[in-house]
Write a protein that binds this ligand. Structure first.
Ligand code: ADP
Ligand code: MN
Ligand code: MN
Ligand code: MN
Length: 338
């Protein structure tokens, strides 16, 4: 037996977008054998997180995914859903709205800015750095600065040690802007991992006095915004597909455009302008290999007979991946398979 440090993570009730909260529970256990089923339901004071009134403020935390925490001896990260005292999902519990589908796969591309002293890392105290161009996938101090590389490397290692399926990273178009990608099989897995990967990133930054800016358009003007492109596929899309099904799917995405935009992150009108590799917010359009479309269809999709995955480019960097996955699968479920 050892003392284990379980960090329970959950989403609060703030609007327009929930934030991560967490606290530590110390339990006795064997770190080599700990599994999700061993983790107790816990609770917290919902009146401090916009999830309850003061008089009856207890909310429950139900563990849903378990990861190792390499920063702590005996450490684990416990992604949790918030439940009401009667055991039903709390109204803020976006994860509980996702249709169960083991055949659904998601790959999220998380873009974000590092922020220090109220501006993107590498921006001068007054004015702007050199215009965009060399920063995307760039190398060298003048392109990526001195500390960002240290943090993104630390983040990769912590994610891998946690058991998170991080697929890659790259520096992005704006100075101080980066991306990491997370892939998961099953309708909830990638979103669970994304929230934990965001937590690991924000926490890794603390000691450098750096924050992560998740907002989709922190710098106005000719600077890229941040997205969270949602790449998705279902078993039917991967194995059967076809042009007829694809056309019906895109009709459904067009029809439900407003419901999608409603959960694709706050202030998205600032980002989805039709410029900077985006389609404008009030239009829906798909295009093959088209980074100015709402949904980008990979060449491989068309070449294999309209089979494979699609990229919804509209979700922004601050969006809740649970809500994004939930909405995509709802729309997909309206389209008959035959
Ligand atoms: P780009 O920057 O060109 O848009 P990335 O390489 O950053 O592309 O991201 C592509 C994403 O697509 C990855 O997160 C990957 O996991 C995801 N992906 C690949 N195949 C599938 C699939 N069959 N279903 C869902 N997502 C997929
Ligand atoms: Mn990418
Ligand atoms: Mn990108
Ligand atoms: Mn992309």
């Amino acid at each position: 037996m050892a003392k284990l440090k379980l960090e329970y993570l959950w989403l609060d009730g703030y609007t327009p977008i929930a934030s991560l909260r967490s606290k530590t529970k110390i339990v006795d256990g064997d770190p080599a054998k700990l599994s999700l089923e061993d983790l107790p339901v816990w609770g917290f004071d919902g009146s401090s997180t916009q999830q309850a009134e003061g008089k009856s403020s207890d909310c429950l935390l139900k563990p849903v995914a378990l990861f190792k925490d390499a920063t702590r001896k005996g450490g684990f990260l416990v992604m949790s859903e918030v439940l009401l005292p009667n055991g039903e999902p709390h109204p803020t519990n976006s994860r509980a709205t996702i249709l169960d589908d083991p055949g659904a796969w998601f790959g999220f591309e998380q873009e974000y800015f590092f922020y220090k002293d109220g501006r993107p890392l590498g921006f001068p105290a007054a004015g702007y750095p050199a215009p965009q161009g060399p920063y995307y996938t760039g190398v060298g101090y003048k392109n990526v600065g001195d500390i960002a590389r240290t943090i993104v490397e630390e983040h990769i290692d912590l994610c891998l040690e946690a058991g998170i399926n991080i697929e890659g990273i790259n520096s992005e178009v704006a100075k101080g802007q980066w991306e990491f990608q997370i892939f998961g099989k099953g309708s909830k897995s990638a979103a669970d991992q994304m929230w934990v990967a965001r937590y690991i990133m924000a926490r890794a930054c603390e000691k450098y006095c750096i924050d992560v800016e998740w907002h989709c358009k922190p710098i106005k003007g000719d600077w890229n915004g941040s997205g969270m492109h949602a790449n998705f596929s279902t078993k039917h899309m991967r194995e059967t597909g076809g042009k007829g099904y694809f056309d019906k799917l895109m009709d459904a995405f067009n029809k439900h455009r407003d419901e999608h935009i409603a959960v694709y992150g706050p202030d998205n009108h600032l980002r989805l302008t039709g410029l900077h590799e985006t389609q404008s917010i009030d239009k829906f359009r798909w295009g093959v290999a088209d980074r100015g479309a709402s949904v980008r269809v990979p060449h491989s999709f068309v070449n294999s007979g309209y089979k494979g995955y699609l990229e919804d480019r509209r979700p922004n960097s601050a969006a809740d991946p649970y809500l994004v996955a939930s909405r995509i699968l709802k729309t997909v479920s309206t389209v008959p398979l035959a």
